[in-house]
Ligand binder design. Structure first.
Ligand SMILES: Nc1nc2c(ncn2[C@@H]2O[C@H](COP(=O)(O)OP(=O)(O)OP(=O)(O)O)[C@@H](O)[C@H]2O)c(=O)[nH]1
Ligand SMILES: [Mg+2]
Length: 449
């Protein structure tokens, strides 16, 4: 199978290197800066198949800064009866031999033209915020004369739809009827698949087909992994419990449980973020965003917001509504109701007969809180799999729905297996004990993703 040479070309500062990073799943490739001429040389990186076959070589090129100068040169110093490729080659030869006819230094442009002439297909990156200036028309004229199939890719699409339409019109006039909107920073998996699809249509190269197929498979596996991470956390929390004697103040133990659970949830968020790190070059920013929009999991207000009903119909199997129950619980233990809100989400249920006999209470996280945690983690997973910026923008305004009305069986079962939990025992992992329940729950989560 043929290895495809793909050149990424465009005006300076349009996001060529950013696009490389996204396609390479490598946020450390090259240098990205909001200024001209950041990339100074052509840098090539190969994308391999899972069987180690080189599929596509991506060539990041310096920005075209003086396409108009190149066009002037071609116009003045090359034979108009020759075809575009010959004329571009004459230009390269002139630069190579330091022809005195070259008034300016075109070394940067020559690197780009050279990469273009050696490519099987090219992506032309457009900053759609820009008006259509004559320099861009000259860039397109160079691309057109190279005889290489070109796919225009619109970057910064979120910012200006109006100009995108103008660009589309102009490109059509140059017989470039297919173009693709692909914001390189706000990652969109389906948009990337479409990019490979277009490149496949332009070239009929099997390499793009394989790439698309394999990446889709990987993406699916990632969904499975993410769901398992969440499921394992939920099973771990559901089986987590602490015992206290009937007449002791439960407050310290409740606080201990809450803090331990909060920590586990944060660790899970971090695991999800690092799982999807390559899809979000701005994970740090995302992380901050999560912190600022995510309410504390023990905040009772969330129950209303997620539509989690704690008494009666909805959450069947619940003993009493969490909010009310905590108050009663607090009162029955001689605690002021005021701290009820602060210490919500924990129920003194699941007492065993043995507990009763020995006057011991078993405390664990209630179903409503498990639902809150599941809803939040699932939402984060969803955000990570869909448009980063776009969905983050709307996250705080949309009304959230709780992930389920009735707690799934594996979670319910987990409560009976207190030894499945390793929360609060940092040196011990009971993940293998939980594996069966976690896998069953992961399947439920994946279906809802
Ligand atoms: N918001 C947003 N910013 C982007 C996007 N793509 C690139 N940028 C930013 O645009 C600037 C230029 O990106 P680069 O990838 O360095 O552009 P380039 O085309 O390689 O630039 P040169 O190498 O100088 O030609 C950087 O500040 C990027 O962070 C995008 O899709 N959305
Ligand atoms: Mg660059």
């Amino acid at each position: 199978m043929k290895t495809i040479q793909l050149a990424i070309i465009g005006h300076t500062n349009t996001g060529k290197t950013s696009l490389m990073r996204t396609l390479l799943r490598n946020d450390e490739f090259g240098e990205v800066k909001n200024e001209s001429a950041t990339t100074r040389h052509v840098e090539a990186v190969t994308l391999y198949s899972t069987t180690k076959h080189p599929l596509v070589v991506l060539h990041d090129t310096p920005g075209l800064e003086d396409a108009s100068g190149v066009m002037d040169y071609l116009h003045e110093h090359t034979d108009p009866r020759k075809d575009g490729v010959d004329r571009l080659q004459a230009f390269l030869e002139a630069v190579r031999t330091h022809s005195p006819k070259l008034h300016d230094d075109f070394s940067q442009e020559a690197k780009v033209v050279n990469a273009l002439l050696h490519a099987d297909v090219a992506i032309y990156v457009v900053d759609v915020r820009e008006p259509i200036l004559s320099k861009y028309q000259d860039e397109l004229a160079i691309l057109a004369s190279s005889g290489v199939p070109v796919l225009p890719v619109f970057n910064f699409v979120k910012s200006d739809q109006q100009k995108a339409d103008e660009w589309r019109q102009m490109l059509s006039r140059r017989a470039l009827h297919v173009c693709h909107a692909f914001d390189t920073v706000a990652f969109d998996f389906e948009a990337e698949m479409l990019l490979w699809q277009y490149l496949h249509t332009l070239t009929h190269a099997q390499a793009f087909d394989i790439l698309q197929h394999e990446r889709r498979e990987l993406w699916h596996e990632l969904g499975e992994k993410g769901s398992f991470i969440i499921a394992d956390t939920l099973i771990n929390i559901a089986s987590f419990s602490q015992k206290i004697a009937e007449n002791t103040d439960p407050a310290p133990t409740l606080t201990l449980i809450q803090n331990a659970v909060r920590q586990v949830v944060r660790q899970t968020e971090q695991k999800l973020l690092s799982l999807y790190r390559f899809y979000h070059t701005d994970v740090v920013q995302l992380d901050l965003h999560i912190q600022s929009t995510t309410q504390d999991i023990f905040d009772r207000e969330l129950l209303t917001r997620y539509g989690i009903r704690t008494a009666g119909g909805g959450m069947a199997g619940m003993i009493v509504g969490a909010g009310i129950d905590v108050a009663t619980f607090g009162a029955s233990l001689g605690l002021g109701t005021a701290i009820g809100g602060m210490l919500g989400g924990l129920l003194p249920n699941a007492q065993t007969i043995k507990d009763k006999a020995t006057n011991v209470k078993t405390l664990h996280v209630d179903d409503a809180t498990l639902t809150v945690i599941a809803t939040q983690l699932q939402r984060l997973h969803h955000i990570l799999r869909h448009r980063g910026h776009a969905s983050l923008d709307t996250i705080s305004t949309q009304t959230d729905q709780s992930i389920w009305q009735k707690i799934p069986t594996p979670l319910k079962k987990a409560k009976a297996y207190q030894h499945y939990s390793d929360i609060g025992s940092p040196n011990q992992s009971t993940q293998t004990l939980r594996a069966e329940l976690s896998e069953a729950l992961a399947m439920v989560l994946e279906k809802q993703l």
